[in-house]
Design a protein. Sequence first.
Length: 91
Amino acid sequence: MELKWTSKALSDLARLYEFLGPVDRQAAARTVQALTKAPAILLANPRIGEQLFEFERREVRRILVGQYEMRYEIQQSTIYLLRLWHTREDR
């Protein structure tokens, strides 16, 4: 399996850092680092996340990393990280 970040997921990471950074840059850096490392578990267990059936024909799943939700899609031998956000955000 291969793991790829979409441009939207990378934008989400940058947005989270920009939001947290002014309050505590070290905490913002730790959060972003944890979020970038977390998907590595998917390489060994790609279907560990809850499947989201609202995306019927696609295999979109989600995992929670602390208080952050990460959505990803499995396509053949590639895992695409689609989006991520804090669970308190209105999404």
